[in-house]
Ligand binder design. Structure first.
Ligand code: GDP
Ligand code: MG
Length: 319
């Protein structure tokens, strides 16, 4: 998995002496914010490829995902956190909160993402945590494409600016990629000079199996109704070269659900929904791996996994 570091004009980053081992601004920037404000979309836009799955549903991002942006003068390691949740009762939510909160104090700079014109109690709680982490905070006001007329944005910025000693306030639209040009530079200012933390051609530290599972899970989330907010997990049971067709990659995935009723929802009438999910996932897997993928999908039931600490560990949600 390689990808050239690029700037937003698509030009490959030029090699400079820094690339031969000199120091540059390197460090960690966590993306914090309540669910659904656009953290994963922003990360993918900044990196120019998908490292974190996106859906209109909260809880799409469950684990910490690192995305790495390397340029001649900087290397930013973005940490895409699961949203911070008010509901602490489920093991899954407790896990996601632990993951989110422990990263904030470990980063060099924190990026708080909010939705333009909105500031909820949940945003307020996220800001409290960020203040506790005591790192510089950049406030990224996302989804400005939805603001009409634009004057309303100025009033909003004036209202939120005094809430903390923000290092910057940056209006952006992650989906339209507007306002993103300056962002790496603004972040890098807060990073210490050091040698590279990751190889220059590495865009994510997520293992390929994890990416495959996430791609299947994204297609599931996009096609399911509200009835399945928690109860899905995708496990890759096997991944390897096809024996029948050389060059083809075989991916064997199990969709775990919590109840038999959910199983029939995932499969759909005459298997139609599962077929559609499989088709969409396979197309994206083809793109992601740059080769033909044969995807085998099963649906299996395991009761109550998202509220079971042991099952969470088995499924790889280590803390
Ligand atoms: P996260 O939970 O914070 O990671 O949010 P996601 O990145 O998964 O995005 C949640 C939803 O907001 C998705 O439907 C995105 O397409 C949408 N979204 C993200 N950024 C923007 C934006 O700049 N403008 C608009 N209109 N929608 C956005
Ligand atoms: Mg996310």
């Amino acid at each position: 998995m390689t990808s050239e570091p690029q700037d937003e004009t698509g030009a490959p980053a030029r090699a400079t002496p820094a690339e031969e081992g000199g120091d540059r601004h390197c460090g960690f920037a966590a993306l914090a914010g309540r669910p659904n404000v656009g953290k994963s979309t922003l990360l993918n836009a900044l990196l120019g490829r998908k490292v974190s799955i996106v859906s209109p549903k909260p809880q799409t991002t469950r684990t910490r995902i690192h995305g790495v942006l390397t340029r001649p003068d900087m290397q930013i390691v973005f940490v895409d956190l699961p949203g911070i949740h008010a509901n602490q009762t489920r093991a899954m939510n407790r896990y996601m909160n632990r993951t989110a909160l422990s990263s904030l104090a470990d980063s060099d700079v924190n990026l708080m993402v909010v939705e333009a014109l909105r500031w909820t109690d949940e945003d307020e709680r996220v800001l409290d945590e960020l203040k506790r982490a005591a790192r510089p905070i950049l406030l990224l006001v996302n989804k400005v494409d939805r603001v009409h007329p634009k004057e309303r944005l100025f009033q909003y910025l004036a209202d939120v600016a005094p809430k903390a000693a923000f290092a910057e306030l940056v209006p952006i639209s992650a989906t339209r990629r507007s306002g993103l040009n300056r962002l790496p530079e603004l972040i890098a200012r807060h990073l210490p000079l050091s040698p590279l933390l990751f190889p220059a051609d590495q865009v994510t530290d997520a293992p390929e199996r994890f990416m495959a599972a996430e791609i299947v899970r994204e297609k599931l989330m996009l096609r399911l109704q509200e009835e399945l907010p928690y109860g899905i997990f995708v496990e890759i049971e096997g991944m390897g070269e096809s024996e029948d067709e050389p060059g083809k990659l075989v991916v064997q995935a199990v969709i775990w659900v919590e109840r038999t009723g959910q199983k029939s929802i995932v499969i759909g009438k005459a298997g139609e929904r599962l077929k559609e999910i499989g088709r969409a996932a396979r197309l994206e897997l083809n793109r992601h791996f740059g080769r033909h993928v044969h995807l085998e999908l099963w649906v299996k039931v395991k009761e109550g996994w998202s509220d079971d600490e042991n099952a969470l560990r088995k499924f790889g949600y280590e803390s």
